[in-house]
Design a protein around this ligand. Structure first.
Ligand SMILES: NC(=O)c1ccc[n+]([C@@H]2O[C@H](COP(=O)([O-])OP(=O)(O)OC[C@H]3O[C@@H](n4cnc5c(N)ncnc54)[C@H](OP(=O)(O)O)[C@@H]3O)[C@@H](O)[C@H]2O)c1
Length: 307
């Protein structure tokens, strides 16, 4: 079969090569991948992982071999999944607790957009508890996680302000539920009950001034790569505020990935959540898209069909 492999020493960090079929552990199903998507976090992984490593987290496809332990869906079932690696190939082995059954009404492309960005949005919003009537500020709102978070927060009755890097990046955000879209966090008015922060650096420093007493800042990314200077003295005026980190591999939650993926595909099937696909193309276009995502040219998710 063919799959993308990591080539971190080359100018182009991945290559499509003929590779061995994945070997499934007892709790893993083999999925014929129909579509996958790309995450900003994976750009960093490509630089960190060794030559020959197989990248790819977000996949949608058809189970071709059920897990040997009998868990998970039967062969022939349409599924969506969040792999730890190896998803950018014709076949992938996934633990069954990282898979969800895909309703017929949800396309493989829609499904492939969901796993990492969608479940992250779901889980970071849970730190806000009941969202009805709360003011929520979302940095990186034009990105994959941002566009899911805007929709999920607005659905719960929150008043959502999105921060984008430039005016054209605001496209579609009001339709997804944002009440306000600003191009610099400095333009934000008033205090916020929940701030979802992923830009880091100066953006997080400013967020520390914008959180309401007893409010929560969820720090889940550092897209700028910058350090965040702040003075603890500034926090004293924000009584009871919470600075909450989130990392997908150690989420501090009891819900399984399978359950969260099922929630997301159910919302999409019901027309209550839009998969924010900014680019849908063949997997042969993956290499140039790595640069486009890095350069903030993709509106939401980039999705690739596997052939
Ligand atoms: N903790 C976790 O488990 C977890 C899970 C998923 C994602 N993440 C992190 O969350 C962040 C968002 O992920 P994503 O997949 O939604 O990425 P994405 O689609 O690339 O979106 C990132 C957004 O961040 C904005 N941004 C602001 N300042 C930036 C800067 N200096 N450099 C690059 N982008 C900047 C961009 O806004 P404009 O386009 O408007 O300029 C872009 O839309 C990333 O940092 C990712 O690593 C963490």
């Amino acid at each position: 079969m063919f799959a993308f492999v990591n080539t971190p020493r080359n100018e182009i960090p991945i290559e499509l090569r003929e590779v061995a079929e994945p070997q499934a552990a007892d709790h893993e199903a083999i999925v014929e991948v129909q579509a996958f998507s790309l995450n900003r976090g994976e750009l960093a992984l490509l630089a960190m992982r060794p030559e020959g490593w197989r990248p790819g987290q977000d996949i949608a496809g058809i189970v071709v071999k059920r897990a040997a332990d009998g868990s998970g869906p039967d062969a022939g079932t349409r599924v969506v999944g969040l792999a730890e690696q190896g998803g950018w190939g014709q076949h992938a082995a996934l633990p069954t607790d990282r898979l969800a059954v895909l309703p017929e009404r949800v396309s493989f492309a829609q499904a492939a957009a969901l796993p990492m960005a969608g479940h992250t949005a779901l889980r970071i919003l849970r730190f806000g508890d009941v969202l009805l009537g709360k003011r929520i500020l979302i940095t990186g709102a034009a990105g994959g996680v941002g566009r899911f978070a805007v929709q999920l927060a607005a659905r719960e009755g929150a008043e959502v302000t999105g921060v984008v890097g430039r005016p054209e990046r605001a496209e579609g955000l009001r339709e997804l539920g944002a009440s306000e879209v600003i191009t610099q966090i400095e333009q934000a008015q008033g205090l916020f009950d929940v701030i979802l922060e992923s830009a880091g650096g100066a953006s997080l420093t400013k967020a520390l001034h914008l959180v309401a007493p007893h409010g929560t800042i969820v720090v889940f990314g550092n897209s700028s790569g910058e350090d965040t200077p702040f003075n603890l003295y500034h926090l004293f005026g924000h009584e009871g505020m919470r600075l909450q980190t989130f990392f997908s591999y150690n989420p501090g939650t009891t819900t399984t990935l399978s359950a969260d993926l099922t929630s997301l595909v159910t919302l999409v099937a019901a027309g209550k959540l839009t998969a924010p696909i900014g680019l849908e193309t063949s997997w042969h276009e993956l290499i140039p898209t790595l640069t486009d995502l890095q350069d903030r040219q993709i509106q939401g998710k980039a999705v690739f069909h596997v052939s």
